[in-house]
Design a protein around this ligand. Structure first.
Ligand SMILES: Cc1cc2nc3c(=O)[nH]c(=O)nc-3n(C[C@H](O)[C@H](O)[C@H](O)COP(=O)(O)O)c2cc1C
Length: 170
């Protein structure tokens, strides 16, 4: 074990899952972005959080509407991750341009991703400024999973590959 820079140590954590954060802007346009910096952060109530850079369009969307979908990307979504992570919803309509398949939500007004490994509908529980990001905490108000488990997409540090599909974990 040797002392290294934080960046070098953080670079050793891969693979990590990819979260797709979906939110509507103030005019109702849906947008999405991939995020690695997110996790489950409470069991009761059921909370998840994701750190979103202050300049992201998604940041504006969540602040405007107070709701978002937190979806673990599925194995077929590598190209979507690359595309949606390389442009901003401030300049394009990602859902229209990429033809992203969606499913109706049950509670909030944000589309679910048909090809995700799982979708969590969230209402904003808290927002904490964490340096150059805001960590948005969402309360899960509805959850959705495909009939047959779909493998999550893993990020190996810029390249993507499926993890093993898993069953339902209680
Ligand atoms: C695999 C991957 C993980 C990312 N993780 C994050 C993250 O955790 N937080 C963040 O703010 N941006 C993250 N990004 C960058 C945003 O997804 C990217 O800037 C995106 O274009 C923002 O879109 P928006 O402006 O439409 O919200 C990630 C990008 C990729 C490809």
């Amino acid at each position: 074990m040797k002392q290294v820079t934080p960046s070098e140590a953080i670079g050793r954590k891969y693979p990590e899952w990819v979260i797709l954060v979906v939110a509507r802007d103030a005019d109702g346009k849906p947008n999405l972005m991939p995020a690695g910096w997110g996790m489950i952060c409470s069991g009761t109530p059921r909370l998840v959080c994701v750190a979103i850079g202050l300049g992201r369009y998604t940041h504006q969307c969540i602040e405007a509407t107070g709701e978002f979908v937190f979806a673990w990307a599925g194995e077929s979504q590598a190209e979507l991750v690359k595309y949606s992570g390389s442009c901003s919803g401030a300049e394009c309509s990602k859902f229209e341009e990429f033809g992203i398949p969606t499913v109706e939500p049950a509670v909030i007004d944000v589309p679910l991703l048909a090809e995700a490994a799982a979708n969590l509908e969230c209402t904003l529980h808290a927002a904490h400024r964490t340096g150059d990001h805001t960590t948005f905490v969402g309360e899960i108000v509805a959850a959705h999973a495909p009939d047959e488990p779909v493998a999550t997409l893993l990020n190996f540090g810029g390249t993507f590959a499926p993890g093993a599909p898993v069953g339902i974990v209680e």
